[in-house]
Design a protein around this ligand. Structure first.
Ligand code: BGC
Length: 755
């Protein structure tokens, strides 16, 4: 991993999107030998065998939806399926592979896919948590380790990264992505693709990555999962598509469609998304898989009369592989025979799938990823566990720290851990923890604190409250918890949401602490003891009361296998927190959707006199969120000099370098995420009040100062203009270099772009 100082050495090299443009991935290079091999193979295949290669089925190990099909083993043996998911271990994948390779006419190897989302066996923080680290090297490393472990268990392909921008805290799947921002999300998408795929798909420790869910899944109305998406094409292009484009630019091998419709067309049937944008505009060369039974779902969507028509629509739109619906399997031969789908269309999809199998080296040795010895030697390596702990502590965001409550005082001899998340192994690893062990391996907060506290410090636990919705109003555990609290020097309240309250099909209409946790928290605060709230959750919660009354708040997401140790590292001050929020935390659910890059409106609140009525505001809640995007505290403090610019204007082909000096003004070493925001004052269409355009994470010793610089080119300020072309416009801009998105209220420096 290269550290901040190494990055700093490359002056002006903070990542910008325009400067990290597309490089052709090694796998996309033409290979005459492969072409010959595939020509011959495809020429030998029957139509039925071809359709088999376009079919992905789950094994019976587990699934994330209705199992549509029993008897997948017979399907493998009959050559009716080309790819399997939810099957892993060297032994199991070897057995299934043998059925395909030795039992079918052409012996075409199977491709094994799996949801390796934030770790395979060694579980890292949930993806949203990792995003809060703003540490691209650490995020890449996490994906790299996931690929190493997964590939050692026979997996060739991960259904990750999920690159859906999400701006609605009600939606449960925000936990799987990188948050609300286009720029941060795009760079994280790239880091994850690099981590999974490396630079050689043929290496046995890399896997194919999947950019999902294409597209705009995060814009589900009212935050309800699978719900309708109805946004303008401009918003689609400027907000939801860039992380997908970034994944293509990084060479992602596969795409997964989304469950939702876009502009009246289900994504799995959208030729606009899958062909016009993905293939024709972006030049994507890999293959497209649907999400789970999403071709079938085009019938209840009301877009197809029956499954046969849905399959035809999907293939025409640009789908190559049908996940779990068996629609291609059961209808496509007939559709071709009746002339509704062309042979050429089938051959194109088959070739894309077989190419990936070839690039993985499966035709050379179908068993090369199924090596029991490698598996044995690889899983849970100590260095993987160390990396998971490191990413976990980097992901944690210190939201409040009144009076230096944290780090815990050296004379805190009795620590009370209270709350349903204080000693709960299953919760530590969050949702989509793939093959993660939920029962035995995760280190809980209590275990982590006990391991660190050492002799003479007692760490006791009382659950006290419950996060189950049904337990709201109950008080049965309170007395025990309060008695423990009274005897303690400090209370660590570990509260939040149960692990499966975010993830798929986990939307909420309230962002409050579920169950009876809030009531207990209020009683704990009433004891007068210092209270540290350690929040675990996969979404922004409305912890407005806690913000007013609790002494310190650390947002720990679901921190993974080593999570308890990471919490202890931060609470005891062995690690100085450096995470910053990748999502806005609303004061209450009524502010949703809320994000830092909103539009100004014609009646911005700042223009009205205090209390003015006819401005864009609520009667009962301020417009400001509880915590802003980019916000996070440290145990030290940082000072920012005013930003300076290398020039007051730039023209086409030019650039401007913005600089600010950041000083560690406290007495501890610490890392700061220095952020660059820009506002385009007037456009051919209205522009957001600020947009993140750069960031750099720097480590500073006490008293140390560092000048951070960002180079901007006109292309970095491109957007979808009034005529729907993508590009920049000349005009005036404001710029801030700041510790969070809250800086937009402060005085900016200005520059212009000339024609
Ligand atoms: C999810 C995908 C996932 C797939 C396979 C679906 O329900 O939406 O994200 O990759 O299942 O498990």
């Amino acid at each position: 991993m290269s550290g901040a100082s190494e990055r700093e050495a490359n002056a002006g090299s903070s990542p910008t999107l325009a400067s990290s443009q597309s490089v052709e991935p090694a796998w996309a290079r033409r290979d005459a030998e492969m072409d010959r091999f595939l020509d011959e193979l495809i020429a030998k295949m029957t139509l039925q065998e071809k359709v088999g290669q376009l079919t992905l089925l789950t094994s019976d190990w587990e699934s994330t939806g209705p199992t549509m099909r029993e008897g997948y083993k017979q399907d493998i043996a009959a050559g009716r399926v080309g790819a399997i998911f939810n099957a892993y271990t060297a032994e199991y994948t070897r057995d299934l592979q043998a059925m395909a390779v030795e039992g079918t006419r052409l012996g075409i190897p199977l491709l094994f896919g799996y949801d390796v989302i934030h770790g395979h066996r060694t579980i890292f923080p949930i993806s949203l948590g990792e995003a809060a680290s703003w540490d691209l090297d650490a995020i890449e490393e996490s994906a790299r380790i996931s690929a190493i472990e997964a590939s050692a268990e026979g997996i060739h392909w991960t259904f990750s990264p999920m690159v859906d921008v999400s701006r609605d805290a009600r939606w449960g799947r925000g936990s799987e992505g990188a948050g609300e921002d286009v720029f941060l999300g795009s760079l994280i998408a790239k880091a994850r693709v690099r981590g999974y795929q490396g630079d050689d798909l043929g290496a046995i420790d890399t896997v194919l990555a999947t950019a999902k869910h294409f597209a705009a899944y995060g814009a589900a109305q009212a935050g309800r999962d699978y719900h309708t998406v109805d946004i303008s094409e401009r918003t689609l292009r400027d907000t939801y598509l860039p992380p997908f484009k970034a994944a293509v630019d990084e060479g992602v091998a596969t795409f997964m469609t989304a469950f939702n419709e876009y502009d009246g067309v289900p994504a799995s049937g959208s030729r606009f998304l899958l062909t016009d944008v993905l293939r024709d505009e972006w030049g994507f060369d890999g293959f497209v898989v649907t999400d789970y039974t999403s071709i079938n779902e085009m019938v209840p969507h009301g877009y197809a009369r029956n499954l046969a028509q849905a399959g035809e629509q999907a293939l025409h739109a640009g789908v190559d592989m049908d996940m779990q619906g068996a629609v291609f399997m059961e209808n496509m031969v007939n559709s071709v025979e009746q002339g509704r789908v062309s042979q050429a269309g089938i051959d194109r999809a088959v070739r894309r799938v077989l190419e990936m199998k070839y690039r993985l080296g499966l035709f050379e040795d179908p068993y090369r990823y199924a090596d029991a010895e490698r598996q044995q030697a690889t899983l849970y390596k100590p260095e993987f566990l160390d990396a998971a702990r490191d990413v976990a502590r980097k992901s944690m965001v210190l939201l409040k720290n009144e009076g230096g409550t944290l780090p815990l005082a050296a004379d805190a001899n009795r620590i009370a851990v209270i709350g349903p998340l204080g000693d709960s192994k299953p919760d530590m690893i969050g949702s989509w923890a793939a093959a993660g062990d939920r029962q035995t391996r995760p280190v809980t907060v209590l275990e982590g604190l006990r391991a660190r506290a050492g002799d003479g410090v007692r760490v006791d636990y009382a659950k006290g409250a419950s996060y189950e919705f049904a337990d709201e109003g109950k008080t049965d555990g309170f007395a025990e918890a309060l008695a423990l609290a009274e005897e303690s020097d400090v209370i660590v309240a570990a509260m939040g949401e149960k692990w499966d309250m975010t993830g798929e099909a986990a939307s909420r209409t309230s962002l409050d602490l579920p169950g009876n946790q809030q009531a207990l928290l209020e009683r704990l605060v009433a004891t007068g003891k210092p209270v540290v709230l350690v929040m675990m959750s996969g979404r922004p919660n409305s912890i407005t009361w806690a913000d007013e009354h609790v002494d310190a708040i650390l947002h720990a997401w679901y921190p993974g296998t080593q999570g308890g140790h990471a919490v202890a590292d931060v609470l005891f001050g062995d690690y100085n927190p450096s995470g910053k929020l990748p999502v806005t935390f609303p004061r209450n659910v009524g502010q949703v959707p809320i994000h830092y890059d909103m539009k100004n409106t014609g009646r911005p609140i700042e223009l009205g006199a205090p209390g003015a009525k006819y401005v864009s505001r609520y009667l009962n809640t301020p417009n400001d969120p509880l915590y802003r995007f980019g916000y996070g505290l440290s145990y030290t403090s940082f000072g920012y000099s005013p930003a300076t610019l290398s020039a007051a204007s730039m023209g086409p082909g030019g650039s401007i370098t913005a600089r600010a000096t950041v000083t560690n003004t406290g007495d501890r070493a610490g890392e700061e995420v220095v952020q660059l925001y820009v506002r385009d004052l007037v456009g051919s269409v209205t522009r957001p009040v600020q947009e993140l355009k750069g960031f750099e994470k720097v480590m500073l010793q006490p008293g140390e100062a560092r000048t951070v610089s960002f180079t901007l080119r006109p292309e970095d300020l491109a957007f979808t203009r009034a005529d729907m072309t993508h590009g920049w416009e000349p005009g005036e801009f404001q710029l801030w270099i700041a510790p969070s998105s809250g800086a937009a209220a402060s005085t900016p420096v200005t520059f212009s772009i000339t024609e």
